[in-house]
Design a protein around this ligand. Structure first.
Ligand SMILES: [Fe+2]
Ligand SMILES: [Fe+2]
Length: 154
């Protein structure tokens, strides 16, 4: 995603830092939830894939920040810590509430990408990236809704 001709759209660097912080949180939530579906290994594999996918989101946004010569967020580790706690707590709530929490996290992500796309004037490359990442968050919602329907008693 490196682009030496990147032009920083006004205010967008801080918006990218906020987005990458949320991605740190989501990555760690899913990482801590892996193993919660020993009876449904397919769902456990989806958690593993989602954590890897959120890490890719971190990498893509961080590359864009580098293009803009923006510093990485200083709060990434804090958001990772919060995400880890959220992951552990949601595991204690049981599979159904865990998945509902994940859907809520993803809906927030879609909302935040939509707000960022509307609020700032993005260059074409950044806009394309943010739209792609938002579509992947929408895919995560569909996946967790499918997982909910697979739970025993559904
Ligand atoms: Fe993400
Ligand atoms: Fe996601």
């Amino acid at each position: 995603m490196a682009n030496s001709e990147a032009i920083e759209p006004s205010g967008s660097v801080q918006a990218l830092r906020t987005l990458v912080n949320r991605e740190h949180l989501a990555t760690r939530v899913y990482r801590r939830q892996i193993g919660a579906f020993k009876n449904l290994l397919e769902v456990d594999n989806w958690l593993r894939a989602a954590s890897a996918n959120e890490q890719e989101h971190i990498d893509h946004i961080s590359a864009r920040l580098t293009d803009f010569e923006g510093r990485p967020s200083a709060l990434g580790s804090f958001f990772s810590l919060v995400g880890g706690i959220m992951g552990l707590v949601t595991r204690l709530l049981g599979q159904r509430l865990l998945l509902r929490a994940d859907i809520a996290v993803e809906r927030m992500a879609v909302k935040h990408y939509t707000e960022c796309l509307a609020k700032y004037e993005w260059d074409e490359m950044s806009r394309g990236l943010l739209m792609h990442l938002r579509s992947e968050e929408e895919g995560h919602i569909e996946r967790w809704e499918r997982a909910l329907s697979m739970l025993p008693g559904s």
